[in-house]
Design a protein around this ligand. Structure first.
Ligand SMILES: [Zn+2]
Length: 319
């Protein structure tokens, strides 16, 4: 049953169609339902197009989330709406591009065999001594700015292998984000021992429908598509990827709160757990293949808030 997007009151229909009997050329008219409780239109977004929806989604308006999650994409049979599956695939492919561009620029771990160990030493030795012949044994074909980054390791592999690696990385991190949130919400505190149940209830909300949870997380990740607009500007991709990641996390928290009506703190705990496990899995995969993760060297990781703020400032300055 649809709900009023202003006050969550259930309504029978969102609009009624009527035909203009006198003039067939005008077609059918639509009258929006007025909510019996708050007296406002039950769902004004049935009349709005996708652009308005997307802008209000980025602005985290609760009404647009209620419209999408309850009135448009909500189904009774606990299956995904077809448009959500399409959005999921689009987000996944876009994430591959963003992740690839970000990871490529990170520094290689100090133990990596692809790290040109001679480059810094040979520079030193060639300036100190005249015998520079020792450095000739190391032939480094990459330009100096790429020599220390993950790009050195990645570009040694075929392109198709690089693509499938990032596809696998993004798929596994997405699963590591969705599954714990679905699992935690499906646990019924009634089955836990009494003291534990009280703590669990105060930290984790209960919501036994996993599909709407994933739908909420996917819809709220729409901000990930935002960098499409950034093609217009020249921009620093790692910093913008960081800014977008944080914006997506804020959107995720808002979407879960609006879906479950559970308060921002509990929604924040859920997204925190999901995001934490996601970054653990991603870092494990990256470390496993010998790529740098960006953590600990103070550059370009998710923790690069300074870079993101600088980048946002520069974009605002141009706009
Ligand atoms: Zn209402």
């Amino acid at each position: 049953m649809p709900i009023c997007i202003e006050c969550r009151y259930p309504v029978k229909t969102l609009y009624t169609e009527y035909s203009k009997a006198d003039d067939q050329s005008l077609g059918k008219g639509v009258r929006l339902t007025q909510c019996p409780r708050c007296k406002r239109f039950a769902d004004k977004y049935v009349e709005h197009d996708f652009v308005v929806l997307f802008i209000d989604l980025v602005l985290i308006k609760p009404q647009v989330y209620r419209h999408l999650l309850f009135n448009r994409l909500g189904r009774d049979d606990d299956r995904f709406d077809r448009s959500i599956l399409r959005l999921g695939v689009l987000l996944l492919l876009f994430d591959v591009y963003l992740t690839w561009a970000r990871i490529e620029k990170l520094t290689l771990p100090p133990t990596s065999p692809y790290l040109p160990a001679s480059s810094s030493l040979s520079l030193l030795s060639s300036t100190l001594t005249s015998s520079s012949s020792s450095s000739s044994s190391h032939t480094n074909t990459l330009p100096p700015h790429e020599a220390h980054t993950n790009a050195a390791l990645l570009q040694a592999q075929p392109l198709i292998l690089q693509y499938f690696f990032f596809l696998l990385l993004v798929c596994s991190s997405t699963l590591a984000f969705h599954l714990p949130i679905r699992l935690l919400c499906s646990v019924s505190p009634a089955k836990l021992p009494a003291p534990l149940a009280r703590v669990y209830r105060s930290v984790i909300p209960t919501y036994p429908y996993p599909t709407p949870l994933s739908t909420a997380l996917l819809v709220s990740s729409c901000t990930k598509l935002f960098p499409i607009l950034l093609i217009i500007w020249d921009y620093d991709l790692p910093s913008s990827a960081t800014a977008v990641s944080w914006a997506v996390i804020v959107n995720n928290v808002a979407a879960l709160e609006i879906l479950m009506d559970c308060g921002y703190a509990r929604a924040g705990v859920l997204v925190g757990v999901g995001a934490g496990l996601r970054s653990l899995v991603a870092n494990a995969v990256l470390t496993g293949v010998g790529l740098g993760t960006g953590w600990g060297d103070g550059s370009n990781g998710l923790g690069d808030v300074d870079g993101a703020v600088r980048w946002l400032g520069s974009v605002m300055g141009k706009g």
